[in-house]
Design a protein around this ligand. Sequence first.
Ligand code: UD1
Ligand code: MG
Length: 456
Amino acid sequence: MHAIILAAGQGTRMKSAKPKVLHELGGKAMLGHVVDRARELGAAGIHVVVGHGAAQVRDWAAAHYGEGALRWAEQREQKGTAHAVQQAMPQIPDGAQVLVLYGDVPLVSVATLRELVTAGARTLAVATVELADPFGYGRILRDRGRRVTGIVEEKDATPRQRAIREINTGLLAVPAKRLRGWLAKVKNGNAKGEYYLTDIVAMAAKGGLKVATVAAHAAEVEGANDRAQLARLERVLQQRQAAALLQAGVALLDPARFDLRGALRCGRDVTIDVGCVFEGEVTLGDDVKIGPHCVLRNVTLGAGSVVHAHSVLDGCTAEHDCVIGPFARVRPTTRLAAGSHVGNFVEVKNAALGAGTKANHLAYVGDARVGARTNIGAGVITCNYDGASKHVTTIGDDVFVGSDTQLVAPVTVHDGATIGAGSTITRDVPAGGLTIARAREQKTLAGWQRPKKQPK
Ligand code: UD1
Ligand code: MG
């Protein structure tokens, strides 16, 4: 089976510099959804017909699938769907089966496509659906015996034909050899002056072939021509994903306020509060709780970990029973060992916190290696950047870093050390003991007068 994906359309109504098929649903280009379906079906070749923004589409494909994963056919002028399909045909062997997909109809299911491919093994099979409002679609024409005789486009239909509610989704499967023969005969003498792919249906029927139909679901046929339709499809996709997670035992407190732009794997009894966004690959262990309005991108959290409201986690891992947030920001390559805490208004970047270590308030921990059971006080800053390079701060086990301490990297604080609040640490701190590095000793000026406001 070779898939031909039609993607030459400009998508004027998107009012965008991006070609229509590169607009995203669930964080993935519409075309990506369609390509992935073709891959799941095991297509021997995936041929994308491009026109408007061809270079952009190719660059996108190279970045996402690698050079050469897709085959390209260029349609410089858009003369209709039959003409578009024809551009890909020279690359498809006669013995193959062709599956026609649309790059801007992204929510078609593999199940429907599998049925279509099976039905179209020897004959022409088209996916159809009954719509309450069939306006704009090609209508399926059937004879008295319910045999398909053709498809008529909206603009060419008689009022009686327009009343037909069974419509053409545009998705079809057919043996390549038959398709090639019919395509050669398609003419453009119709209301739009285009070469309609749908004309092959009447040709098949006239040739005595029984055209098969496969019933699709309404959401599977919806295309996205403008931002409003795209937003609607986004909701459909999100609802599907949410339903699958609920089904799998994940407690989504409100499936209508949940967004997944990638893959989410969950253990048992995971709870996700409202308004969270998951991106890339996210893995949550058993009993993990995610508070409201969190963003997690490429994150792995161990069992029992809790993320409180309004935290942003990116490219990090946490072992079991960690507590993060509220209002925490955990940046890439951070590793949190079991039972560690990253509290409110704490930013952690490229750091490893040992088991049971806590940075609970208003701290910046960047480029740091921190041991176990260490306490990082409120307002502690690792000064990792000297204006030119980044430097590492190393902190041992059982260390107590007093509030508002600056650790000027590179610097090492050895096991068991205590650093007095407000210290600026520029040299290594030995194990144990209390180290204080304040600019001046505290003193009191007894007769000092507070400045007074001058009357105007
Ligand atoms: C087409 C079908 C119609 C069906 C509807 C489903 C035809 C003649 N009609 O109509 O029966 O109900 O889809 O959505 O096939 N494209 C190209 N090159 C072209 C023309 C189109 O690549 O020269 C691409 C478009 O970008 C789009 C797809 O093919 O992805 C369908 O084209 P469109 O113009 O939307 O066809 P419709 O008039 O909607
Ligand atoms: Mg269309």
